[in-house]
Design a protein around this ligand. Structure first.
Ligand code: GUN
Ligand code: ZN
Length: 430
């Protein structure tokens, strides 16, 4: 008989989307909760007492005052940029040329790609992130490296070969045909294998020719169960460049749309400076948008309109965008989302922030029936938060009126010290 594991503590529970309904009606915390794990999955969620009685032989971990959450889901990251995170002084295009492309070139060495993939997943797990959707480099072995590293750690993962065939240095360009061929071979190798899924990944219009975008649109039509991830309307200079490159296009989104790269499994990173037509088309297609707040402030991109886009029922995920983003931590990322909401006059509640970092991100990646919630049948990816992880946080938590105030203090001031435990597929990481 397989051993049951029972985690006890405060449990975070979702019953709907707190961006489109009152958060009180959709997010709750059971202060005497329990999560029963069996065979890598969540078997039951309920009250600690009832679960103890029903499963007297279960192996118990009592987390006391800690908050048992779904593992964090980072819906947009670039693992190859791990070693150049927090590079000073550039905006998007110069930052890509000065820091990003040279580092991505270094991953032409398969050993270095493997080293960075492992380092990246260890760092993000230490910050409570159990699933990422990552860009890679143009090198197919960089895709193998991250899928291999995730499989070794038992993690659910989304990744795809970053395709670019123009406006990138020699040695960091593929072609329309090789992007199609390599992506297709990687889909065959990885998509649906274990906990892996593939995202067809044109980097963005400035670095993908119309021919490459068309080839990847064809590939997506042949493999519609894959995600398609790319960047959209991140920075004003980038949008002006796209207008120069594609003067016939109605707007930035149109440069993807005209090649079949808009649909409900499309995932657009950033999407800050959208035109009304773009918002209508995204809303109508069912595509997701991923908010990358630390990146948007760090590279100086702008203030994302969470409230406006959520009002259109567009699925929204949350992400670090490492290493344009300045942190590996989804706690820090939630804090930055709060701050951007403040600057727009629409602050997010702690319940909305933690939902975005878990179920919201999972929904944006179409993984919301597998991860992102503590519910029966879900994969047992769990992050346990210590809500008093430092003296500064503990003194604020002691003075809190509700557990939401405690959680908010950890969101605003917490880091990897707040991550008490991480469970991946029902196994505790040590
Ligand atoms: N746009 C195209 N590539 C990138 C990237 O690597 N990071 C960010 N933030 N934006 C991009
Ligand atoms: Zn990005």
């Amino acid at each position: 008989m397989t051993q049951h594991m029972l985690l006890l503590g405060h449990t975070l529970l979702f019953s709907g989307n707190p961006l489109s309904q009152n958060w009180e009606d959709t997010v709750s915390i059971d202060s005497t909760g329990g999560v029963l794990i069996k065979d890598g999955h969540i078997a039951e969620v309920g009250s600690a007492d009832a679960l103890r009685k029903a499963y007297p032989t279960a192996q118990i971990t009592d987390y006391g005052d800690a908050l048992i959450c779904p593992g964090f889901v980072d819906a947009h990251a670039h693992y190859p940029q791990t070693a150049i995170i927090a590079s000073w002084g550039k905006r998007l295009i110069d930052w890509l040329n000065r820091y990003t492309f040279p580092e991505e070139m270094r991953l032409s060495d398969p050993d270095y790609a493997r080293e960075i993939a492992g380092r990246y997943l260890d760092l993000t797990l230490a910050h409570g992130t159990t699933t990422v959707s990552s860009y890679t480099t143009i090198a197919p072995h960089s895709v193998d490296a991250i899928f291999d590293a995730a499989a070794t750690r038992g993690q659910r993962i989304v990744a795809g070969k970053t395709c670019m065939d123009r406006n990138a240095p020699e040695g960091l360009r593929d072609t329309a045909q090789s992007a199609y061929d390599d992506s297709k071979a990687l889909i065959d190798r990885w998509h649906g294998k274990g906990r892996a899924s593939y995202a067809i990944t044109p980097r963005f219009t400035p670095t993908s020719s119309p021919e490459q975008l068309a080839a990847l649109g064809t590939l997506w039509s042949e493999r519609p169960d894959c995600l398609m991830q790319t960047h959209l309307s991140e920075q004003v200079d980038e949008i002006a460049w796209v207008r120069d490159l594609a003067p016939h296009a109605r707007d930035y989104l149109d440069t993807y749309e005209e090649h079949g790269l808009l649909g409900d499994r499309a995932v657009f990173g950033h999407a800050i400076h959208l035109e009304p037509r773009e918002i209508d088309q995204i809303a109508g297609s069912g595509a997701s948008i991923v908010h990358c707040p630390t990146s948007n402030t760090f590279i100086g991109s702008g203030l994302f309109d969470m409230a406006g886009l959520a009002a259109r029922y567009i699925p929204i995920g949350l992400a670090t965008d490492t290493g344009g983003g300045s942190s590996f931590s989804m706690l820090r990322t939630m804090a930055a989302a709060y701050e951007i909401g403040q600057l727009r006059g629409t602050p997010l509640h702690a319940a909305q922030l933690i939902w975005l970092a878990t179920a919201g991100s999972a929904r944006s990646l179409h993984l919301h029936d597998k991860i992102g919630s503590l519910a029966p049948g879900f994969e047992a990816d769990i992050t346990v938060l210590d809500l008093s992880s430092t003296p500064a946080i503990a003194q604020r938590a002691n003075n809190a009126e509700t557990i939401w105030d405690q959680l908010f203090a950890t969101i605003m001031m917490g880091d990897d010290r707040a991550i008490q435990d991480v469970w991946v597929g029902g196994k505790k990481r040590t």
